[in-house]
Design a protein around this ligand. Structure first.
Ligand code: PRP
Ligand code: URA
Length: 208
């Protein structure tokens, strides 16, 4: 499997600190999710192929670049919804699909409650947006759905990942790359990432 790509930058560390701090209020938490998402998506798009385009500047003609293949962004609801707008701002021409997954907090098994995806994902780079990769069950389940829709080029874009989730994803979907702002120490007995940031959905949108 490809090694997970961790975005190392002082501005990433500062945003992660805001997310981890239990005293951060909901609006500040959402703002840090957006800002960190922009940085992680920037890294996830590092090797995106471009093609040349001719244009005129106010001074002369020159050659610019445009993305060669339209990217598909797939936020995993709820928590991934907070990443959607910032990711779309980075890749304005992207198509957006949506998956809804809820993890049972006792069994840690995810249930799919929404799948709204383009009919065919074959040949399109897909970025799955979910801030937390914990056991990896939700991400593996989401990618199962994408593969059913023909996806063959998938990257998991996370804010905080656990080693256990990375290993599970590597086993279930060995061709899928992971880009994250941090890989933390481990999961605790409740399936939460340690040190982590708590429940990313609740901290953005409120406890259900
Ligand atoms: C969180 C998170 C991931 C999942 C990660 O969502 O956003 O989707 O847990 O855990 P896993 O790797 O063990 O599957 P949650 O199910 O809490 O739903 P929410 O986004 O609606 O809060
Ligand atoms: N989901 C979260 O939101 N946080 C965790 O630490 C694990 C799963």
């Amino acid at each position: 499997m490809p090694e997970p790509r961790i975005v190392r930058h002082p501005l990433v560390d500062v945003r992660l600190t805001t997310l981890r701090d239990e005293t951060t209020d909901r609006a500040s938490f959402r703002a840090a999710v957006r800002e960190l998402t922009a940085m992680v998506v920037y890294e996830a798009m590092r090797h995106a192929p471009t093609r040349p385009v001719e244009l005129r500047t106010p001074v002369t003609t020159t050659t610019g670049a445009e993305l060669a293949t339209p990217t598909v962004l797939v936020p995993v609801l709820r928590a991934g919804l907070g990443m959607a707008e910032a990711a779309h701002a980075q890749v304005p021409g992207a198509i957006m699909g949506f998956v809804g997954m809820a993890r049972d907090e006792e069994t840690l098994q995810p249930t799919t409650y929404l799948a709204s995806l383009p009919a065919s994902l074959a040949g399109r780079p897909v970025l799955v947006l979910d801030p937390m990769l914990a056991t990896g069950g939700s991400m593996a389940g989401t990618i199962d759905l994408l593969v059913e829709h023909g996806a063959d080029d998938v990257t998991a874009v996370c804010l905080v990942a656990a080693p256990e989730g990375i290993a599970r994803l590597a086993q279930a979907h060995p061709g899928v790359g992971v880009v994250a702002a941090a890989v933390d120490e481990r999961l605790n007995e409740h399936g939460y990432i340690v040190p982590g940031l708590g429940d990313a959905g609740d901290r953005q949108f409120g406890a259900m």
